[in-house]
Design a protein around this ligand. Sequence first.
Ligand code: 5GP
Length: 180
Amino acid sequence: MTPRPGRVLISETELRARIAELGAEIGRDHAGEVPVLVGVLQGAFLFMADLIRAVPMDVTTDFIGVASYSVGTRSSGQVRLTSDLSMPIEGRRVVIVEDIVDTGLTLTYLKRTLEARHPATLRVCVLVDKIERRKVEVALDYVGFTIPNVFVVGYGFDHQGLYRNLPHVAALETDGPDPV
Ligand code: 5GP
């Protein structure tokens, strides 16, 4: 059976409310500064768009692309950069905006890569934390939601390129009939 979006884990209303709180927290921690929010492509683009509008101050934005070689819904742990930032971040206050932390390998790679460019501060904001699956410890500064070990789709999360445009986060499920 083809896997399809099933049970809603995080509703549109819950997303909106929590992202407003995250934006306020980022604002408080960067008062008097102009942080650069770095969205991780592709999954974080919707989260990034909503989050920056919830930060009550001037910010700049940039994007970075990473790919982890995956097999089905399992990540292999090998990460590579697919597109780089457009501007230097030396001396800037940087917030990485990531969709999900699973094993922690992608974020560890990203933090190491950006730290090497000497930002003034480097913080991490993730929408979803799958803490049970962690293989390497990685410090997170802002966490939207903690979820159990289920593969999620919607609100930027895809399965084989599909379902990013759902307004909520749902579990990918295989039980249920195929659409006709
Ligand atoms: P990591 O295992 O390195 O922490 O996460 C690697 C990447 O796997 C994430 O950035 C995300 O793109 C993808 N990923 C992990 N869990 C899920 C999930 O439940 N749904 C989707 N669509 N992608 C996931």
